[in-house]
Design a protein around this ligand. Sequence first.
Ligand code: ACO
Length: 443
Amino acid sequence: PNDVGILGMEVYFPLRYVDQAELEQFDGVSAGKYTIGLGQSKMSFTDDREDIASFCMTAVQNFMEKYNIAYEDIGRLEVGTETVVDKSKSTKSVLMQLFAESGNFHVEGIDTTNACYGGTSALFNAVHWVESSHWDGRLALVVAADIAVYAKGNARPSGGAGAVVMLVGPNAPVVFETGLRSTYMQHLYDFYKPDLSSEFPEVDGPLSVVSYVRSVDQCYQDFLKKVEKVDGVAHASLDNAGDYFVFHSPYTKQVAKGLARMGYMDFLRQPDAPEYVGLQNYRDVPYEQSLTTKEIERAFVAQTKPVMASKVNPSLMAARDIGNSYCASLYFGLASLLCAVPSEELQGRRVVCFSYGSGSAASMFALRVKGSVAPLAERLQLRERLEKRTKVSPEDFDQLMSLREKTHQLRDYQPTGSLDNLFPGTYYLANVDTKFRRDYQRT
Ligand code: ACO
């Protein structure tokens, strides 16, 4: 099959959000810490009515209805998530109830988990299946979804929640480019979830941030070499390696820092280029030291500002207004880009994606817009849908977070959240029985 890539996209985020400026006040931190310091304006969250399976069901069913695709046409379904409600039963298996009526039980694929990277691994799996000798001509669905919640404290404002569905198959308008993928993985305890009774991770914030930028550096350097080979250019850099750069966004400030590292890597590869006259102090800093040197960060955030504005900002709409949706974050970035830039302008453009999951796993890969993406943008309506949400006070948000915490993993439990707080067409948790079996209904 030719031009394997993304044929369609749908997103889901909850109806309610909390405002980050109001949260700053409520948390008693200095004004600007979340809005400027983290670069976040709103954070999506949900109460005890929704879990990861309901999120994925909502996203998949809404996708199928919007694109008018039959469940019989799907031959593979992959879920990437780190929001786990069962140590054995996959979210994919729960999604199979959507297929039951069609009689299609012949669907490969299962869940993939590693922090925020599972969605990327799921997407790669789907692409590989379509490109493989086992492909049977049907299409693949990939769901990247998470409910990102942190214990009270400094990490809480970096939460979020959402799901992205992508349809993968041949002759796609958004194509995976051949030979342009690099990966960096290592063993690290920066963010992990060893306590299975809690939804909250253990987080070493500073370590996660260093690991994020290290992964950017390592993926980018390898990626540039591949660009030089594939494009036949002598020297690849931010100028010519991609037209847009989409990042996993824990919060948008981190994305600016990731881009700054790419600017720094460009500098180290050609420190004598004329644009770097004022930056010569940084050419001989030992690598490990460079990862935490604020001065370097500031200098290259400033140096890459124009690239940030033209090649990165269009992909940050959802990240700023939803927060970190872990596995879904990068793909909300892609959806934002498709909605922010007119389809004609995107024609022929290369979109470089950077995926990072703690623990850690990271990849950088290239997509090429080869066909019209107007039908995707029209169905996504991202900006319009984000604006239709309801703001909740930090007090109420705090209470609902406590409710989630107290009722997490209960058996024989009837959720109490009102159905009025869900968009129409949302699946919700109706009941958990004495054997922990979950029953879902749709608004
Ligand atoms: N106005 C403007 N900026 C401010 C203000 C203010 N009033 N107050 C603080 N800031 C700035 C700080 O200077 C800092 O900026 P810098 O990063 O450019 O130095 C920024 O706001 C954050 O402030 P910190 O004090 O560093 O924040 P804190 O340590 O309290 O929390 C952290 C940040 C560690 C990222 C936390 O939110 C966290 O642990 N999150 C979860 C882990 C995470 O998201 N890691 C990212 C990659 S891994 C992943 O995706 C999960």
